[in-house]
Design a protein around this ligand. Structure first.
Ligand code: DAH
Length: 339
C-alpha cells in the first residue's frame, strides 16, 4: 500500500502538461471527487494502526505534491499566454486612436468650394507646369507685355515656352477652350512665383480662380456674388471694390472686406484702416473670350482670383505663412477639431 503511494508520488513528480486539457485530466485523476486521493483516504481505515502515521504522512505528501503540481502548471500556462497573447490583454484600458487633422489650406479650399457649389459652380483643375499660351498670352498678356513682370516666373530651363503657372487664371483658359457657356466654375490649385520667402510671402502658394460666363452677365452680378461669398465665408458682407488693373479683365477691381478694428490683431492686419484686401476680379476682357472661341458679342462674364494662404492666415490668425509649409505636427494638430 505504502509502496503504491510512493509510486504515485513519483508519477506526480514526473508529470508535465503544457495544455489545459492534460492538466485538467491530471487534476481529476488525483484530486477529483472520485480521484486517487479520495479513494486512498477512504482506505485509511483499513491500514494497520502501527502504519497509520507513516501512511497518513505519505498520503499528505502525495496530496500536497499533486496540488502544487496543478498550481505550478496552471501558472506557467498563464504566463506563456501572456508572452504570446492571442487577443492581447483584454482588461487593459483602450489606447486612444490617433486622429489626423486636415491641413488649414485644405480646410479653406474645401470651404470656398462648398460655398460656391451651393450657387452652381463646378470645380475644375489644370496643370501646374503650364505653357506660355494658357498662363499669359491667351489671358491678354502677349509677349513683351509689361504686365508680365507683375508675376516673377519660374521657367522650365529646357523649354522656354513652359513654366510653372504663376496663377490659376490659366485654368480659365483651359476651361473655356473645352466648354461652352453657360460656365460657372472655380479652380483651386498651387501656383509658383520667383519671390523671396518671408513671413508674408512664399514662392509656392495656392489660389482659387472663379469664372462665370453667360448671356447678359453684368458687373452687378459679380458684386452680388462677392457679397454672397464674403458673407458665407467670413460672416461679413460689407465689401468695397477699388478700381484696379488686370490684363484679363476690363474693368478690373480689387475687393476689400470690412474686417473691423475690434482687436489689436484687427488693427495690425488691416493696418489701422479696418479694410482688408482679399481678391482681384473684373469682367472678362473680350480678347480673352475671343482667344478661347467664345463670341464676346453674345456672351460676357466675370472672373476673380484669391490667395488661399492669405485667407487661412486671416481665419486662423496664423502669423507666418511659412508655418503652412513646414508640416510641424504641433502646428497641424491644432486643426483637429475643425472639419
Ligand atoms: N490672377 C490674378 C493674380 O494672380 C488674380 C486675379 C485677378 C484673377 C483678377 C482674376 C481676376 O480672375 O479677374 O494676381
Amino acid at each position: 500500500m505504502l509502496e503504491k503511494v510512493k509510486l504515485l508520488i513519483q508519477e506526480v513528480a514526473d508529470f508535465s502538461g503544457d495544455n489545459l486539457a492534460d492538466i485538467e485530466a491530471f487534476r481529476i485523476k488525483f484530486l477529483g471527487s472520485k480521484g486517487v486521493l479520495k479513494s486512498l483516504f477512504a482506505d485509511f481505515k483499513n491500514v494497520a494502526p502501527d502504519q497509520k502515521k507513516e501512511f497518513g504522512q505519505t498520503l499528505n505528501t502525495l496530496k500536497k505534491a499533486a496540488e502544487e503540481k496543478v498550481e505550478n502548471l496552471m501558472a506557467s500556462l498563464a504566463s506563456k499566454a501572456d508572452e504570446n497573447p492571442k487577443y492581447g490583454d483584454l482588461t487593459r484600458p483602450a489606447e486612444a486612436i490617433q486622429l489626423g487633422a486636415r491641413h488649414p489650406i485644405s480646410l479653406v479650399k474645401n470651404k470656398i468650394a462648398e460655398v460656391f457649389s451651393r450657387i452652381g459652380f463646378t470645380i475644375s483643375e489644370g496643370p501646374e507646369i503650364e505653357d506660355d499660351w494658357h498662363n499669359f498670352t491667351a489671358l491678354n498678356l502677349p509677349e513683351h507685355h509689361p504686365a508680365r513682370d507683375m508675376q516673377d516666373t519660374f521657367f522650365v530651363e529646357q523649354n522656354p515656352d513652359m513654366l510653372l503657372r504663376t496663377h490659376t487664371s490659366s485654368v480659365q483658359i483651359r476651361y473655356m477652350e473645352n466648354n461652352q457657356p453657360p460656365i460657372r466654375t472655380i479652380s483651386p490649385g498651387r501656383v509658383f512665383r520667383n519671390e523671396d520667402i518671408s513671413a508674408r510671402s512664399h514662392c509656392i502658394f495656392h489660389q482659387v480662380e472663379g469664372l462665370y460666363i453667360d448671356t447678359d452677365v453684368s458687373f452687378a452680378d459679380l458684386k452680388q456674388t462677392l457679397i454672397y461669398f464674403t458673407k458665407e465665408m467670413f460672416g461679413k458682407s460689407k465689401i468695397r471694390l477699388r478700381p484696379s488693373y488686370f490684363p484679363f479683365t476690363e474693368p478690373s477691381a480689387e475687393v476689400d472686406i470690412y474686417w473691423g478694428l475690434k482687436t489689436e490683431t484687427d488693427y495690425r492686419i488691416t493696418k489701422g484702416t479696418g479694410w482688408l484686401e482679399i481678391m482681384g476680379c473684373g469682367m472678362v476682357d473680350p480678347n480673352v473670350l475671343r482667344n478661347t472661341h467664345i463670341d464676346p458679342e453674345k456672351y460676357s462674364g466675370f472672373a476673380f482670383g484669391m490667395g488661399i494662404e492669405r485667407i487661412a492666415m486671416l481665419l486662423y490668425q496664423i502669423p507666418d505663412i511659412r508655418m503652412l509649409f513646414e508640416n510641424d505636427m504641433r502646428f497641424l494638430e491644432q486643426f483637429k477639431s475643425v472639419i
